[in-house]
Ligand binder design. Structure first.
Ligand SMILES: C[S@@+](CC[C@H](N)C(=O)[O-])C[C@H]1O[C@@H](n2cnc3c(N)ncnc32)[C@H](O)[C@@H]1O
Length: 327
């Protein structure tokens, strides 16, 4: 038995969540639920958090607040004329990258990537490799064409665009010999093609545009009825995974070191500290000024609102690899 009022209070505080939980749920809370019932599983997991210790609860509250505020600020920034400079210099960083740092890990000059790329598109989309043959695929923000070329090799009819002139030229080079349509375009404008696609794929693009939601909205009408939409978007770090916080802290520290330098000087600085095959990846991660990270729930919310179902993440990773099917 507790002997003083402070001990009573502490006991009550610890007891309170359980009582709240049983009142909310009408029964002992189980975080188990039927397979595929992820909405209700997540809700129950949320209620289960009432058991977390005080420091975790405080940290989680602050992360929720930061996430919510960043999400609101993004909507305001997208309309702000001053933000146009951030958007412009993000595009310029990518154009420099595709023109001057062409090789690196996970690009088509990497033999390991070449071996794995067909399997990767299959596992990220949840579609078998043979599915792609003859399908219409739109690669929105094709970069230097590593995925467009993969889709071509799988027999798809590929349409691809990117805002970067060098990116478009590299995509054309990678897809040479295949009947792909490749052009320069911004995903923040409606996509100027007549057709719709069996798969719209956008890997690591929308979070660099300065208006992810507008880009998403421009992609939605391009997905054919019963077609698939795959997005890779930077995700916020997950609390249970400290390495994700450390990774992002490293990127942020490097971004601050490189502030105010032009693309060439940023590249030189990275070349002076990194092994050559790592320069491309780090430049990609730290040079562009716009790198929005999303909470998965925001993306799921957009997909639901836009009429998608069968929404699922296909990789357990900080970055959100998400696929959904249009009704
Ligand atoms: C990280 S790269 C990813 C490229 C490619 N999807 C890949 O996975 O290799 C981001 C790409 O988004 C492109 N991008 C940025 N803003 C864009 C916009 N508004 N419209 C189209 N592409 C854009 C950049 O030029 C760059 O090629």
């Amino acid at each position: 038995m507790p002997s003083d009022s402070r001990a009573w209070k502490s006991l009550l505080m610890r007891a309170l969540p359980t009582r709240i939980k049983s009142r909310l749920c009408g029964q002992r809370l189980s975080t188990r639920s039927a397979p595929g019932d992820s909405g209700s599983r997540d809700l129950k997991a949320g209620l289960g958090m009432l058991d977390e210790d005080d420091r975790d609860a405080t940290l989680r509250y602050l992360l929720y607040e930061v996430s919510e505020l960043r999400s609101l600020i993004r909507h305001l920034l997208a309309e702000s004329p001053r933000y146009a400079e951030f958007i412009r210099s993000t595009s310029s960083s990518f154009d420099f990258q595709w023109g001057h740092i062409k090789d690196g890990v996970a690009l088509r000059s990497d033999p390991e990537f070449l071996k794995r790329c067909r399997g990767l598109v299959a596992s990220y989309t949840g579609l078998p490799e043979h599915w792609f043959n003859g399908k219409r695929v739109l690669d929105a923000g094709s970069g230097n064409g590593r995925w467009s070329a993969t889709f071509c090799e799988l027999g798809a009819q590929v349409t691809a665009f990117d805002i970067s002139e060098h990116g478009v030229a590299e995509t054309q080079r990678e897809c040479a010999g295949h009947p792909a349509k490749i052009f320069r375009h911004s995903v923040l404008e409606p996509i100027p093609t007549e057709e719709t696609y069996d798969l719209v794929w956008s890997y690591g693009v929308l979070h660099h545009t300065g208006d992810t939601y507008r880009g998403f909205q421009n992609l939605v009408p391009k997905v054919a009825p019963r077609g698939h939409l795959f997005l890779m978007l930077y995700g916020e770090p997950r609390l249970e995974n400290m390495i994700e916080f450390k990774e992002l802290n490293l990127y942020q520290a490097l971004r601050w070191q490189l502030r105010g330098l032009d693309n060439e000087k940023k590249a030189h600085s990275l070349q002076s500290i990194l092994q050559p095959h790592l320069v491309h990846g780090f430049f990609d991660a730290v040079s562009p000024p716009i790198n929005d990270c999303y909470d998965r729930s925001e993306v799921v919310g957009w997909l639901r609102t836009a009429g998608f179902e069968e929404i699922r993440e296909t990789l357990d990773n900080r970055n959100i690899h998400i696929v959904a099917r249009k009704r």
